[in-house]
Design a binder for this molecule. Sequence first.
Ligand SMILES: Cc1ncc(COP(=O)(O)O)c(C=O)c1O
Length: 428
Amino acid sequence: MGSPSAAGRERGGAAKGLAATSAGVGTVERSRKLVVCVPQDPRVLDSMLPYLTAYYGNPHSRTHAYGWESEAAMENARRQVADLIGADSREIIFTSGATESNNMAIKGVARFYKSRKKHIITTQTEHKCVLDSCRSLETEGFRVTYLPVKKNGLIDLKELEAAFQPDTSLVSVMTVNNEIGVKQPICDIGEICRARKVFFHTDAAQAIGKIPMDVNNMKIDLMSISGHKIYGPKGVGALYVRRRPRVRLEPLQSGGGQERGLRSGTVPTPLAVGLGAACEVAQQEMEYDHKRILQLAERLVTKIMSEVPDVVMNGDREHRYPGCINLSFAYVEGESLLMALKDVALSSGSACTSASLEPSYVLRAIGTDEDLAHSSIRFGIGRFTTEEEVDYTVQKCIQHVKRLREMSPLWEMVQDGIDLKSIKWTQH
Ligand SMILES: Cc1ncc(COP(=O)(O)O)c(C=O)c1O
């Protein structure tokens, strides 16, 4: 695959993209430009096309050339994924995405070692699929410690150390948080776990390809990866499973024993090839992307904060991935702001929870008060986001925050110097 090609970038640019999650304040070409979600890199699609048309063999068929071609492509993709995280190809298991990888890692390790170990440690700000996997293990008799986070969104390593029990089998802490972008101290957590011979799993869906990750330096034993968070296809991901010291898992699915017996089912060759290509492109462009994204993020935050008072940035300012920005606009109802910015793909919480009007559990965990949590918006900046898109979003955002505040009685009271906290609201 070529180097960070201008052609690839330009073609990617055609898809446009400020998205609301990990990769871009997305605009939609139809209405204006910024496009939602992480667009697939056109170089990824190019790599997949032959396996959607000419090479359709089952990669697990050993008896004919069609199968061998697909197998070779799948193994090449496995190597590309492994190379991005400093792993051995044999440690990469293809899955349908990070949800499956997280389920597999957490339930798989817990159940395999259950005769001796019944305790797991995770955090309160993990993705739903981690939290729900843990909750379902609790119904099977496992005990789970959900570590709180500090106001900046990071865990306290002392609290982690204190949480270990003699029968702890696994610690699961995400690398980059999908709502507030904070980066947990993964190297330190890896050290702490290794010293206690407890396996360490990290959900790196929002980190892979965006910040350097090395499973050996970071002493990670299991790592979840998602295709569509790194400009790859949806419906594919991977789980890294360490071979030495060997991690054993009870598989979730029964079947043909593919993927070293850990994940039965035919590997979808085109999707695996797409994931591999996305990893290779990410490896080549990570440094460049990171620099650009950092500049755009600073542009967005600085412009908004210099024009609009009472804006709070959620999550640690230093230990973060810059492409995921979460801002609270005091005295503005987040949903109203989102509606006003319909042509920009932003969101008020994580995609899986934003359907409900409950404030985000991540914001609650960092101690954001309810009003401010309701006024929070996530901005994502990614590989294909342009300066023009950032400026458009900033301008619209400033305009609508000002408009909504002008309509807000609370804002008016604040302008009149009234301390809202001093008010005793009458109850009926
Ligand atoms: C941190 C994190 N973990 C897991 C997932 C789930 O990934 P997938 O959609 O590949 O199942 C996501 C995606 O939203 C995520 O951001």
